[in-house]
Each structure stands twice: as C-alpha cells, then as structure tokens.
Design a protein around this ligand. Structure first.
Ligand code: PLP
Length: 440
C-alpha cells in the first residue's frame, strides 16, 4: 500500500487553540450545537481539513455528504468569487437571473426522468423535501404522505415528522404534522426483506390510510442517516408499481445519495426506475447552501403562481458553485471515480470484517459505504459505544469519521470523490489502526 504522509499531527488532539475556542464556545454557542469533534477548522482543501493548531486530518465526513467534489475546489471557488463580484441577491421571484435558468436546465437534463421536467431551488434539504410534498399535495389534491422507519428528511416540522429517529431529533419536539404515515424500510441485514416490506406497505394502506388519500411516498433510495441501507431492486420496482396503481407521487430523496456518491449521478439510476420528483441538496454546491426539487413538468407546473417561494430560493452565488460542481463532476469523471473509490474501501472493509466479528455488516452503493458494529454477530445487538470509540481513535490518528444509523452503531464514508489514491490508502491505514486499537 503506497501510504502518503498527508496526516500531520503536531499537537495533541485537540490542541491548545482548539481547546481555547471550546472555552469561548461554551459561553456563546447554544449547547445542543456543541456535539462536534473537538477540533476547530482553519482551512480545508480537497480531502483534508487543517485545524487551528496546524494539525492536518483526512476528512471522511465531507461536511455530512456535501463535498463529493472536494473541499474548496479551485473551479468552485473561482465561480463563487466571480458571481459574488457581480451580485449576491435579487430574489429570483422579483428579478430573475441566468444562473437559475442554467442550473435548472442542467439538472432537468440529468435527473433520471424521461418525461419533460422542471426545477425549483431552495436552501436546505429540509426545504426541498417540504416543497416536494407541497407540490405532490397540490397535484393530487390529497393530504397524506408515507415515510419510512429509519428515514431522515430534515428538522423542520413536516420533514421532522417524516424523519424517524426519536433521539436526538424528535424527542420533546411534538406535536408533529398530521397526515404522515410510516412503514418499514427493507433491510438486508436486519430485515424485513423486500417482499415483506412491500406487504407491510400494502397493509398500511389497508389499515391506516386509504391509498386515494395519499399524495406522496417519500423515500431515500439508500437510507443515509438511517445507516446507509440500500433499497433492494424488487422494493423500488414494487414502490413504483404501487404508486402507479394508486396515482401517488413517488419522491426520491437524493439529498445524501446524489451527485455521484453512489457511482451514478443519482442513486435511482441503479434501479432503472423513474421517480416523479427528486429532492437534491448537500453536494450540489460543495458547501454553499442550496437545495432543489426536480420533477415531472405536470407536477411542478401544476401549482398556482406563488405556491412555492421564499426570500432565498436559489441564491446566485450558490448556483454558480453548483454549475461549477457539475463541470467538475463531468470533467474529472467523478461518477466513475465513486465506483473505484468505493471498490477500494469495500474491499478493505470486507477484510476488516473477516478480522473483527464486531463488524456485523458492510454495505452500500458505490462510495456511499458503511460498516455496522455489533456486540455479537449472532444476536446483532447494536454496539454504538464501539462506533464512538473507533471514531475517537481514528481522530487521534488523523482521520475524521462519522457515525450513522438508528442505533448510532454504523460508521459511514462520505469522503470527497476527488480524494487521491495514496491519501485514501493513508486514511484506510489509520482507520485500520483505530479499529485494531478498539476491537483487537
Ligand atoms: N434528506 C436526506 C436524505 C438527508 O440526508 C438530509 C440531511 O442529512 C436531509 C434531507 C435534510 O437536509 P438539510 O440538513 O440540508 O435540511
């Protein structure tokens, strides 16, 4: 393995500057936000983050799936600077601008929907999801939404209602939005299988909400926060057939799976199944806040004028970043690169699984990979404490990892797809060292 020396730890972690900032933070920043790693960023470039003490880490968290095209790609930075010089804001619904139209054109051509499509932009992923539901409700004239166990769609009222994790997201936050119904997401490791999960959904339509009452099914083609669980082919096909049968809008939430992460531009392409609406955010703009809904023209155009909007609906600087991101993805072949990066990591994860039985499962599409830690491979009892220890041990060795999963016992990979091969090897070597320290 050709291991570089990208990681540079020149103080203890956290170092004195990070510790000083933590002291200031405790007196100024709200406590619920102080759940982060103990280091403070000073700079970031491609797959690395340098902290305020000059320590250099390899970043496998990618700002939670935001930097598929790398940190501060020079083409993205240039596009941002160029647009910032020209203008920052007009409100597109008052005075429109070309970046909006250009990005809509690009994404309409890219989403895996053969019919004519339209796009609308917002800021965070949660807004995209809520607007997709609004559009589906207006299109169908129906109120209900079906979401999934283990799903994550954001933290505003409707999306939080659709999100499925009590701690820390939902506890104490009710009452929640009405007309959200839930069914199981298929899970090859823990069950149910695709057929059982489809039968459960049919049962929900028998016992909880009539299909003619349902506007949308909103699902992640591979669950993200829920633990990187890919949907089986048969399930996605079954969902499409069910939605067709009942006139329900199928929304693919590609906020985390999008923009090459899974080895396709959009994860739905793995299944050869067309959604009606796609929600996007995160890696679309490499760190600037931008989200969108792209979908069938008759749904997107069906809403009345002003039905969707807001002061910040597609900021031109963020959109300039997004156009540059799409250029980088295309010109640097990042969709194909996700397969190469993913294969390398998966192979390593399977080797680790052979060595340490606490790694119960290795899964995911392309470079959207996770391992799941269990107390015992037979009982599959989740081991969130092991995941936390491995993440701490990896940070001490210079790699930033991120957990996932309803039980918090998965460790996921969201590294830049632009990561250089030797840097990837170096990160995997440090991660392996961390696993050995905790599991051996
Ligand atoms: N949908 C999915 C699939 C997500 O993974 C997330 C965030 O992790 C969201 C929606 C919400 O996005 P945001 O945090 O930008 O509101």
């Amino acid at each position: 393995m050709a291991v570089t020396r990208t990681i540079r730890l020149q103080t203890e972690v956290p170092g004195p500057e990070s510790r000083r900032l933590a002291e200031r933070e405790a007196l100024a920043v709200a406590a619920p936000l102080r759940v982060h790693l103990p280091i403070y960023a000073a700079a970031a470039e491609n797959a690395t983050i340098t902290d305020v003490d000059g320590n250099v880490f390899i970043d496998f968290a990618g700002g939670v799936g935001v930097v598929n095209a790398g940190h501060a790609h020079p083409r993205v930075v240039a596009a941002v600077a160029e647009q910032a010089e020209r203008f920052l804001h007009t409100d597109y619904t008052v005075v429109p601008y070309e970046t909006y139209v250009a990005l809509a054109e690009r994404l309409c051509a890219l989403v895996p929907i053969a019919a004519p499509t339209r796009a609308a932009f917002f800021n965070a992923g949660t807004e995209a999801v809520e607007n997709a539901v609004k559009l589906a409700r207006l299109h169908t004239g129906r109120p209900a939404v079906i979401a999934f166990e283990g799903g994550f769609h954001g933290r505003t009222l409707l999306s939080l209602t659709m999100t499925s994790k009590s701690h820390p997201y939902k506890v104490g936050m009710g009452p929640f939005a009405p007309e959200v119904y839930r069914t199981s997401y298929p899970n090859a490791y823990r069950g149910p299988d695709a057929i059982t999960a489809l039968a459960q959904l049919e049962r929900v339509l028998e016992t909880h909400v009539a299909p003619e009452h349902v506007a949308a099914v909103v699902f992640e083609p591979q669950q993200g926060e829920g633990g990187f669980i890919p949907a089986p082919q048969a399930y996605v096909e079954g969902l499409r057939a069910l939605c067709d049968r009942h006139g329900i809008v199928l929304v693919a939430d590609e906020v985390q799976t999008g923009f090459g992460r899974t080895g396709r531009m959009f994860a739905m392409e793995h299944f050869g199944v067309e959604p009606d609406l796609v929600t996007v955010a995160k890696s679309i703009a490499a760190g600037l806040p931008l989200s969108g809904v792209i979908g069938r023209a008759e749904i997107m155009d069906g809403a009345h004028a002003g039905a969707i909007g807001g002061t910040y609906i597609g900021n031109p600087v963020a959109q300039a970043a997004a156009l540059a991101v799409l250029d980088v993805i295309e010109d640097e072949g990042l969709v194909a690169r996700a397969i190469v990066v993913g294969d390398r990591i998966r192979e390593q994860m399977h080797a680790w699984q052979g060595r340490w039985p606490a790694i119960g499962d290795v899964r995911g599409l392309g470079a959207m990979l996770a391992l799941e830690l269990v107390r015992d491979p037979g009982s599959k009892e989740p081991a969130p404490e092991l995941a936390a220890e491995v993440i701490d041990a990896a940070l001490a060795r210079g790699v930033i990892l991120l957990k996932a999963g309803v039980y918090g016992n998965c460790i996921r990979v969201l590294c830049p797809l632009t990561i250089e091969e030797p840097v990837l090897d170096e990160a995997l070597a440090a991660w392996e060292d961390a696993l050995a320290a905790v599991l051996s």
